[in-house]
Design a binder for this molecule. Sequence first.
Ligand code: ADP
Length: 603
Amino acid sequence: MAAAGVCGPTPLVFRLHEGAPELVREVLLERGWEEYDEQGQEEGGWNLYWRTSAFHNSDYENILPWQRLNHHPKTVGITRKDCLARNLKRMRGTFGSGLYNFSPTTFILPNDYTRFLAEYTKHRLKNGGRSGYWICKPVDLSRGRGIFIFEDIRDLVYDSSVIVQRYISNPLLISGYKFDLRIYVCVKSFKPLIIYMHQEGMVRFATEKYNLTSLDNLYSHLTNTSINKFGPFYTTDKERVGQGCKWTMSKFRCFLHSQGINELFLWQKINSIVTLTLLTIAPSVPSSPNSVELFGFDILIDAKYKPWLLEVNYSPALTIDCQVDVTVKKVLLNDLVDLMNYKSMDSVRQRGYLKQKYKRPCYLGSQSLRSPVLPKSMCEHHPGNKKSHSIHSTFSDSMRYFPSVEMNRIRTTRNSISNTKHSALNPILIPHSKTAAVTGNRKTHPVLSQMTEAIQWSEASDIEPEFDDRNLSTRVSPWQASRQPAGGCCKLPAIHIQKYKTPKFPWDPKSQDKSTPPLRVGDFILTFPFNEVTLKASWDKLNIKTAVHEVHKLIGQLASGCSHKQKRGMEDELDRCKEKKDFGSLFWGPTNPPLLSECHLSN
Ligand code: ADP
């Protein structure tokens, strides 16, 4: 492990929980990160904690400004099959089944058994004794485990909580093979709701031809890789599908082009499914701005090109089984880390907090959400230091809550840093000591000016070396440098710092940064908010009604645009969106990169 540099930032540090994907380690090491060493490094000396399972509440409560977590709290409302069914049903009740019509009819058994029986019987009577096809899935299992398909209710046998769902029996097939889409979605924040969709998802094929006369052939009906990679035809070169069971999304788009399909409309419908699904839980997810989460949405397209939501995966698989996995998942992870918006300051970690014993809090930036809370252990009195003692007694509570770091606002030059009176102070503070942002802060947060005074009491031994201003920007890895589009469109707003419980520090909501999030970060495209109305709605205590209404309106507009069945119609629609100052992100980025429809895809 490289020693912490005396000058400038040290490498960012990741912490992997047991069972975290090896690819995460590989990608982060390639980016120059170091792995956290529980024994050798200080508590809190990490920047990203990656868990496949959920974090504890205390992990959210004790988050520090330089740290990120890879899950938001309480998202089970969409990631467990029964909770998703319940939430979608609730939304259907509120907003109508015309909009929330993208999930197959579902019953949660055993509770809904009577209702299921009634539905089953109704279908049988209507269809001359045939009830149609149903699929039964355990509520809390994944990777196709425990799933079976049935037609006759006598074949429905279960010994745990399950969902029984209408089986989409007319899937779109490619050369006779069933497939579904794995769409990667990053929720950068729930409050405000900020959603990105990755352009390069995956298509997952069944490895035997679709056949409704053999319902128990899982290789024909399920598209899980975990199942199909053990199928007898996995390595066979299958007609059009090829070997294995995966395509990249780009290859699928080529297929759509070859079929003359209006993919823009299809993608927009998928966008809407993602947004409407996330809206079901958004109000109940506690704010945790240092969390960024990747979800895997499984979408099945039927023969009429209607997309159906099958499920939302918590911790979507990041294992590598084939070349497609390498192509898709490495880029995906790199883009995800870019979305986490690390800055050079983050690598300083506790050098700013621990070495200076909480006297020099990170109080930068004027337009922040609520502030983080330092762990109590970090707010203990500094023995033998009366001044710090008095600081503690004066600001004992409020000093635990610090406004966020807003690195993108830094303008200070190296010279101006070295010329300041406090040039040798904590590097976290230096760049801001002369900025208007700090002046603004002092007005907004009276406690800050007192804290600034406290800085002057620090002893020489606490002093941090000068910080190289070349690093005072959003942290750019060699990976980013090679991928960043010209024009610096990846300059991101800071990850705001906020704690899980409501902080006590007075917080002025009017001072929040309500600017538009970047439209694109790598291959992640902003899909929500998508216009000024939804931007406002997402800030406005997340006005669900308005957000849902806008999505509805949009689908309607696109549908009418599409009814011309002319590409021209879509372009007009795009122009209309531009005129109305909509972000255009619906179209997967208006100019940079080129519109999806303008992409010339090679096979
Ligand atoms: P798991 O979490 O076990 O992967 P899914 O709900 O994703 O469970 O289902 C596994 C697979 O079963 C899907 O990838 C899809 O191929 C198929 N499947 C699931 N639900 C349906 C459905 N309602 N209609 C058609 N196929 C389905």
